[in-house]
Design a binder for this molecule. Structure first.
Ligand SMILES: Nc1ncnc2c1ncn2[C@@H]1O[C@H](COP(=O)(O)OP(=O)(O)O)[C@@H](O)[C@H]1O
Ligand SMILES: C[C@@](O)(CCOP(=O)(O)O)CC(=O)O
Ligand SMILES: [Mg+2]
Length: 369
C-alpha cells in the first residue's frame, strides 16, 4: 500500500521571530513543495530515504519496538513533546546532549512521529522517501513542509485520518487538518526547539494567513503582490537563531520587547494596507507604505541579531534599483524577499502562489556578493 503526500514551503512577509514571542506574523505558501512517499512492506524493516540531505537509513522493527513510548498509539491532537521519548531517541541515534545535525533532526522527527502513532505491537514495516523543491535551511519552511508530510502520511497509514488519494470525496476535514498540523508541530519542536507553529500552519492550510499565538486566520482578500525570492545560500540553523533571539531578549528585555511590539504593529499595518488594496484603486502610496514596512522590519531583525552581511548586500543591491527587501524565515543567511512594483522588469521564472506571486530569483551560484 502506497501513500503519497506533499506540502508547500512558505515565505514570511512580516513577523518572523516576533511570532515565537506571541506577536502577529503574515505568511504565504509557496509553489515549492516537499513530496513524501510511504510504502508499506513485509520486510520487517523501516527505511528512511532522504536524498536532499544525503541520508539513507534503515532499522529492524525489533530494535524500534524497544523504543515505543508507554502512551503510544495516540491519534488525538497533541500539544507537548514526550520528553522521555525524545531522550530515548537521542540516545538511540547517539546524540545525548549536543545539538542535532541535519540528519539527526530529520531522523528524530520521523522516528518520534512514527513511534508515537503506532503501538509497539503494530509497528509496520515501511519505506519512507522524501524529496523537496525547497532548499533546506534557507528560511522557506523546509522543516515544516517535511514535518507536515511526515504527519499526514503516518496518520493515513495508522488509519487515524482517511487517505484522499483513494477516495477524493473523503478529503481531509478540518479536524483531520488540525491533527496533521498538531503532529507536524511535534516535528517542528524537534527541529526548531521552540517553534511558533506558523510554518506548519502554512504547510497544512496553504494560502496566506495571519498567525498570532497559535491562532490561525486565513487571509482571503489580498491583492496580487509580486515578490522576488533570493537565496543568499548562506547556511544557518533556525534552532540556533531562535535561541539567540531568546538570549538577547533575556539580556536586554527593555530594549528588545518594544522591538517585538513594533514588529507586531508592522504585521497589523501591512495586513490593513493589503486589505485596502483589495477594495480601492491601488496607488503608489500603498507600495510606499509596504516598502517602508519592509525596511523597518529588516532593521528590527538586525537589532534582534538575525541579520547577515549577505542579506545586507541583497537589501543594498535591490535598493539601488528602487526595490525594498528583507530576510524571510530565521535569517542569519538563507533567503530574502523583495517587493516588486507592477511593471518591474520580469526577467525571472514566475511562480504564482496564493494572492502573492512569487518570482524566483535564479539560484545564486555563490553567496551574493
Ligand atoms: N527534504 C528534506 N529531507 C530531509 N530533511 C529535511 C528536508 N527539508 C528539511 N529537512 C530537515 O529540516 C532541517 C531544516 O530546518 P530549518 O533549520 O528550520 O530550516 P528551514 O528554514 O528550511 O525550515 C534540515 O536540517 C533537515 O533536518
Ligand atoms: C524564526 C521563525 O519565526 C520562522 C522560522 O522559519 P524557517 O525555519 O527559517 O523557515 C521561527 C518560528 O516561527 O517557529
Ligand atoms: Mg524551519
Amino acid at each position: 500500500m502506497d501513500y503519497i503526500v506533499s506540502a508547500p514551503g512558505k515565505a514570511i512577509l512580516h513577523g518572523e521571530h516576533a511570532v515565537v514571542h506571541g506577536k502577529a506574523a503574515l505568511a504565504v505558501s509557496l509553489n515549492l513543495r516537499t513530496y513524501l512517499r510511504l510504502k508499506a512492506s513485509t520486510t520487517g524493516k523501516v527505511y528512511l530515504n532522504l536524498p536532499n540531505i544525503d541520508a539513507f537509513l534503515c532499522w529492524d522493527l525489533a530494535e524500534l519496538k524497544q523504543l515505543t513510548p508507554y502512551t503510544c498509539g495516540k491519534k488525538k491532537e497533541v500539544k507537548h513533546l514526550d520528553a522521555e521519548l525524545v531522550r530515548r531517541l537521542r540516545e538511540f541515534v547517539g546524540v545525548t546532549n549536543e545539538n542535532l545535525d541535519t540528519c539527526n533532526m530529520a531522523t528524530l522527527a520521523f522516528l518520534y512521529i512514527y513511534l508515537s502513532l503506532f503501538g509497539s505491537e503494530e509497528l509496520p514495516s515501511l519505506t519512507v522517501s522524501v524529496w523537496s523543491e525547497l532548499p533546506t535551511g534557507a528560511g522557506l519552511g523546509s522543516s515544516a513542509a517535511y514535518s507536515v508530510c511526515l504527519a499526514a502520511a503516518l496518520l493515513c497509514a495508522s488509519g487515524a485520518i482517511p487517505t484522499p488519494l483513494w477516495d477524493p470525496t473523503a478529503g481531509w476535514c478540518q479536524e483531520d487538518l488540525e491533527l496533521i498540523n498538531s503532529w507536524a508541530f511535534q516535528g517542528e519542536m524537534i527541529i526548531h526547539g521552540n517553534p511558533s507553529g506558523v510554518d506548519n500552519a502554512v504547510g497544512t492550510w496553504g494560502g496566506m494567513l495571519r498567525f498570532l499565538a497559535g491562532k490561525i486566520i486565513p487571509l482571503g482578500r489580498v491583492p496580487l503582490l509580486r515578490i522576488l525570492l533570493t537565496n543568499t545560500k548562506i547556511p544557518r540553523s533556525t534552532k540556533v537563531l531562535v535561541a539567540g533571539v531568546k538570549d538577547r531578549i533575556n539580556k536586554f528585555p527593555s530594549i528588545i520587547t518594544p522591538v517585538l511590539d513594533s514588529v507586531d504593529a508592522i504585521s497589523c499595518t501591512c495586513e490593513k494596507v493589503l486589505s485596502e488594496m483589495t477594495c480601492e484603486p491601488i496607488t503608489g502610496e500603498h507600495y510606499n507604505i509596504l516598502e517602508e514596512l519592509i525596511d523597518i522590519n529588516q532593521h528590527h531583525l538586525n537589532v534582534m541579531g538575525v541579520g547577515h552581511p549577505a542579506l545586507d548586500t541583497l537589501c543594498r543591491v535591490t535598493l539601488t534599483r528602487g526595490l525594498h527587501s528583507k530576510l524571510t524565515g530565521a535569517g542569519g543567511g538563507g533567503c530574502g524577499i523583495t517587493l516588486l512594483r507592477p511593471g518591474n522588469d520580469e526577467t525571472l521564472a514566475q511562480e504564482r502562489s496564493f494572492g502573492v506571486q512569487v518570482l524566483l530569483c535564479h539560484r545564486l551560484s555563490s553567496p551574493i556578493s
